[in-house]
Write a protein that binds this ligand. Structure first.
Ligand code: PPS
Length: 429
């Protein structure tokens, strides 16, 4: 309740100084395990501050992944908005469908990471949701070996290309970008050329700060907009060190991702040289100095294990990976607190606690009058505290989400430690 109240206050001050968007609309293709949550957090903050209209998925926090994106996956345009300004949730790209939703002048951005690091991270993080990985994990447990090395010894044994949930099991970045990720085919060069044309900037995780400077130049952003904390980081003991032999195996299993990455690294340096290499270097130094100050101001402790984090600041964990987070400094002014917390707020909490509060503010007033009819998207916790009588049920296919019976309101189980207790509470009240 404490945090929610705080965020509500923040919202009130936000609403009183609504700033219109000064940037072109934007699509950020959120690729998996590439640093994309860090970029998304920058965009969430920007969009929130400028009262952008987000194109959010109508269910949970991603667009029916791993299905290919369809315009129908997007929630309705809110009343009073003439267009979507920002789309930045996980999806498997379909350019034509995205263009149906976003304005014509939308800027397209994504981020790619070294394919070896990406695959190691995807494997470690999504072991239990990708069937190919899970089977290898079980086989390895019997043999007492590392799951990744068992998988890489003979990936084809574990990988059923017809199983849609195996999308991330081979060339995960190519999969997210909408390619046929199974094998090279004749349409690859053409698809790649099309992507190069469509994307104004493909950020490179290994040159993250350089990427941010280019992003800033593209969108006219200040250092304050670009300061960031690395989000969604695995604890050291969840990361598998790969020797050269393993690295070679990862590379050959993910040869399309290697092609994709190498191609866009080259495109990246072309953009950088158009910007000016000396200028880029100087800007990166300034951005780093500024970001260092912000970090000192905001963070009292980094790499905090999940068990020691506030619910609000605890990142989503998977069965096989521990994700660490941050503790916020005490003694900050309310405004600084709002800024710092947003910078460390994990994706799911940002969705449910900050962005959906635009609706909550309205509903808060409406609730006071006892008519919940305009209650907008909000978190289950808020509903539980504010409106214990509301009948909320869990939609069968999405165990992480809930919605009201008339389908007008939904949310995600995000920072709840014991979601089912809350559900029980709701049902018995
Ligand atoms: N700024 C920056 N630069 C480079 N790398 C970064 C950055 N921020 C996050 N990370 C690393 O990216 C991994 C998390 O990626 P995502 O947020 O895209 O993951 S997710 O698919 O949304 O779960 C995760 O990688 P691993 O720790 O190797 O798993 C993060 O450590």
């Amino acid at each position: 309740a404490h945090w929610s109240q705080f965020l509500l206050k923040q919202l009130a001050s936000l609403n009183s100084s609504v700033q219109r968007r000064a940037h072109p609309p934007m699509v950020f293709l959120k690729t998996h395990r590439t640093g994309s949550s860090t970029v998304q957090n920058i965009l969430f903050r920007l969009g929130e501050r400028e009262s952008a209209t987000f194109a959010f998925p109508s269910h949970t926090y991603q667009f029916n992944y791993p299905d290919r994106f369809r315009a129908a996956f997007v929630d309705e345009l809110p009343e009073g908005s003439s267009q979507f300004d920002l789309l930045c949730s996980h999806m498997r790209l379909d350019l034509r469908e995205v263009r149906k939703v976003m304005p014509q002048n939308a800027v397209f951005i994504t981020v790619l990471r070294d394919p070896i690091k990406t695959f190691e991270s995807v494997f470690g993080y999504y072991t239990s949701t990708v069937p190919a990985f899970l089977t290898a994990h079980r086989a390895a447990a019997i043999e007492g070996k590392s799951a990744l090395s068992v998988f890489l010894d003979s990936p084809e044994i574990f990988w059923d290309p017809k199983e849609p949930r195996n999308g991330l099991a081979k060339n995960p970045m190519s999969f997210d970008m909408g390619f046929n990720n199974q094998k090279w085919n004749g349409s690859w060069p053409e698809d790649l050329a099309q992507l190069e044309e469509a994307f104004h900037l493909v950020m490179i995780a290994e040159h993250f700060d350089e990427s941010l400077v280019l992003l800033g130049a593209l969108l006219g952003l200040e250092h304050e907009d670009l300061a960031y904390l690395r989000l969604n980081v695995r604890a050291g003991n969840s990361v598998t060190d790969l020797d050269e032999n393993m690295q070679a195996k990862v590379r050959s299993w993910n040869v399309l991702d290697t092609l994709l990455y190498d191609f866009f690294v080259q495109v990246f340096w072309e953009k950088a040289s158009q910007f000016g290499m000396e200028r880029l270097k100087a800007e990166v130094e300034r951005l780093r100095a500024f970001t260092e100050d912000v970090r000192r101001k905001c963070v009292s402790r980094a790499e905090v294990p999940p068990g020691e984090l506030e619910d609000l600041l605890r990142p989503w964990q998977t069965e096989t990976a521990t994700i660490v987070g941050y503790e916020v400094q005490g003694n900050l002014s309310l405004q600084d607190q709002g800024f710092c917390i947003r910078m460390m707020l994990p994706e799911l909490q940002y969705h449910s606690e900050a962005l959906d509060q635009v609706g909550l503010n309205v509903s808060g007033l409406v609730l006071a009058n006892g008519t919940p009819s305009t209650l907008h998207r909000t978190s289950l916790v808020e509903i539980a505290t504010l409106l214990p009588q509301t009948v909320v049920y869990i939609s069968g296919s999405q165990p992480m989400s809930w919605r009201t019976p008339n389908n007008t309101h939904f949310g995600c189980f995000t920072h709840l430690t014991k979601p089912f207790q809350v559900l029980e509470f709701l049902l018995t009240n």
